[in-house]
Design a protein around this ligand. Structure first.
Ligand code: SF4
Length: 367
């Protein structure tokens, strides 16, 4: 479960958006009249891949003049949001073969996604993010956090259970702040931390418990969940409901306090470790996976070694390790220098890959 989950979920929603307009899935790309490309901008590599796909589709278009290419997802979202219009003009110039640019907001949540799995369903709870981690492009590509109403999510989950689905994954950029934008006078919110103070009212513990009470759902999990606003109430809900997964994805990004502050992550190494301790105490058998960025702007070898020591201390079951990729519009792009050489990023990446993903984990320590 990861960023890929969000992209897959968007693709399922896009398919539903087109089906509702009478479109049918083509058997192959050669037989398609319209091709929709859902883009991701989290790393430069993903963006480069889109240019390659468009290049190849253009060759197809030369043989079939009726073929329509539609671009959606992060690349369109970011360009549409940039006020001067320069970014959108650049996108059009770089991809003249594209016939239509579709902002993902236009897809909306009105239609149930066209799901590829018959047992496991991805269910969106929020879209967008208010957190502005300095390395992350998501608040610019998806905009501010918007929550779906509680009733809509519960109806969807009930319907899924009635259709035979047994596993539901609740998805948002940060599920912990789910509901802070909803006006609700009947549900008592839980206040979670923002800028060091308990001031964001979230309905996520309530929602998670309600979903876990739906008969027929055997596994419920969620992604992503940030360390700074993971509430005690959320821990209690997980601990008290056996069908909520005992695996939690908790992105740490770095084990060094200076790097965390530069990333605008609102927790320290010590706070992260204390949350892990609390989770292990209240949820016996819990396993933790994470996201880590290596080679963030200005990361020294000592700072990287602090991440290595945190990794050893926590004993993650899995980690998505990424080399820092400079992204337009982000604060890191504007303020910091992407100054760790690529070879050094690769070296750090390989150390963590070896330590976490290629080494067996037993009882919370690597063996
Ligand atoms: S919480 Fe941070 S990393 Fe996650 S989507 Fe929001 S800005 Fe990006």
């Amino acid at each position: 479960m990861h960023q890929n989950c969000t992209v897959l979920l968007d693709s399922e929603r896009i398919a539903a958006f087109y089906e509702a307009r009478g479109y049918k899935k083509a058997r192959s790309i050669q037989e398609a009249d319209d091709v929709v490309i859902n883009t991701c901008m989290v790393r430069q590599k993903a963006e480069d891949r889109v240019y390659g796909i468009i290049y190849n589709l253009n060759k197809l278009k030369m043989k079939n003049s009726k073929l329509k290419i539609i671009l959606t997802g992060c690349m369109v979202g970011m360009s549409a949001r940039e006020k001067t219009g320069k970014m959108f003009a650049l996108l059009q110039k770089r991809m003249p073969a594209v016939d239509e640019f579709l902002p993902i907001e236009e897809v909306g949540f009105d239609h149930a996604p066209v799901r590829s799995d018959t047992k496991h369903a991805l269910v969106p709870v929020t879209n967008g993010c208010n957190n502005f981690c300095t390395f992350c492009v998501v608040p610019f590509t998806r905009g501010r956090e918007v929550s779906r109403p509680v009733e809509d999510i519960l109806t969807e989950c009930h319907d899924l259970a009635n259709q035979g689905y047994t596993h539901v994954t609740l998805i948002g950029q940060n599920v912990n702040s789910y509901g802070s934008d909803l006006k609700n006078n009947t549900i008592k919110p839980v206040y979670v931390k923002h800028l060091g103070r308990l001031r964001i009212p979230t309905l996520f513990p309530y929602l998670l418990e309600k979903v876990s009470n739906i008969s027929g759902l055997k596994v419920i999990d969620f992604i992503s969940s940030n360390p700074w606003d993971f509430s005690d109430e959320l821990i209690d809900v997980i601990a008290g409901n056996k069908n909520i997964s005992r695996h939690i994805h908790l992105p740490v990004q770095s084990g060094d306090n200076t790097v965390l502050a530069r990333m605008n992550r609102w927790y320290t190494r010590e706070e992260y470790l204390s949350l892990i301790k609390k989770l292990r105490k209240h949820i016996p058998g819990v396993t933790i996976s994470t996201d880590i960025i290596v080679g963030f702007c200005g990361e020294t070898k000592t700072q990287f070694n602090n991440t290595v020591s945190l990794v050893r201390e926590v004993g993650f079951s899995k980690a998505y390790v990424a080399m820092y990729s400079d992204r337009p519009m982000t604060a890191a792009h504007k303020v910091y220098k992407d100054d760790v050489p690529h070879a050094e990023k690769k070296r750090r990446w390989a150390i963590l890959e070896e330590l976490i993903n290629k080494t067996n984990l037993k009882n919370g320590t690597y063996i």
